[in-house]
Write a protein of this length. Structure first.
Length: 291
């Protein structure tokens, strides 16, 4: 079958649909990516034009094909211990401070974290390793992580917790032995996250653009990771998203963003306290909205 052409009009319609569904901004430079990824969906459905596929997706917005469409467009690139200064900060500065606060009765020995855009799971598992080590001598601490993504394929991968050996190169041998199981036989060349690490994690599909997130309205997080996600959004979407994150953080809560991202000119609800690490401001406007 001859490959169909993606016309300017069709590209514009898909670009608008992607923005509507995910908030992701697709420019002309991503045209080839859209063409390549959607061509695979056309082949799967034996469809001969992009207009036909657009009709298929838009006429059944709640169907599995909408999820498949979103999954085909989203970009997922991550590694274990990516941007390691974040995990160093948590292990060496945050956890000791939290432990001291709990000992003095200023807070309960409890920590709640949300990974908004967890991709294939390397980030939440990295933090799981970090916290397991940091809280090793403090077994009374109750820490739990919510890991979410819009892409159901990468979310399923994350929940399985199985990775090719080459993906684990950034984990030290001692931590790899302690927190991962090495595959044998047909699973040789792969590692699986140990159950005791997974027990701290809950995975859930969340579209950050949805007007209501599927968490209880009164849920507050101590830490939100949203790294290398908002770079795909325009500034109005970023501004609204950071407002919503601020409303979901507990007093003094922390927001971690990616190395190429910034809150400058976008949000005044946070104070910088490290490299791409922000603390919810005491006078954040979100507290007035959430009160």
């Amino acid at each position: 079958m001859e490959e169909p052409e993606l016309t300017d009009k069709e590209f514009a319609k898909f670009r608008d649909l992607i923005y509507q569904l995910t908030g992701i901004v697709i420019n002309e430079g991503k045209r080839q990516l859209v063409l390549s990824r959607l061509t695979k969906r056309l082949r799967l459905h034996n469809i001969t034009s992009f207009s036909q596929y657009y009709d298929l997706v838009t006429n059944a917005l709640d169907s599995e094909e909408q999820s498949a469409f979103i999954n085909s467009i989203t970009t997922n690139k991550t590694d274990f211990f990516r941007e390691p200064h974040h995990f160093d900060f948590i292990a060496k500065e945050l956890v000791p401070s939290l432990v001291q606060s709990a000992r003095s009765g200023e807070r309960a020995p409890k920590l709640r974290i949300w990974h908004a855009g967890c991709s294939t799971g390397e980030e939440p598992y990295t933090l799981g390793v970090t916290l397991s080590e940091a809280f090793a001598s403090h077994p009374d601490w109750d820490w739990r992580q919510l890991a979410s993504d819009i892409d159901t394929n990468v979310l399923a991968h994350a929940e399985r917790g199985v990775y090719e050996e080459s993906r684990t190169d950034t984990i030290t041998p001692s931590l790899l032995r302690k927190y991962f199981l090495r595959g044998t036989g047909e699973r040789e060349g792969h590692y699986k996250v140990r159950r005791e690490l997974q027990e701290h994690l809950t995975f859930r599909q969340v579209n950050l653009l949805d007007p209501v997130w599927p968490m209880k309205a009164d849920t507050k997080f101590d830490i939100i990771f949203c790294r290398n996600v908002v770079i795909y959004f325009d500034k109005p979407t970023q501004k609204r998203l950071f407002e919503r994150f601020a409303a979901r953080l507990a007093p003094g809560g922390l927001l971690f963003i990616g190395h190429s991202e910034s809150l400058l000119g976008i949000s005044s609800d946070f104070d910088a306290c490290g490299q791409t690490i922000y603390r919810l401001s005491d006078n954040a406007s979100a507290w007035e909205k959430a009160a």
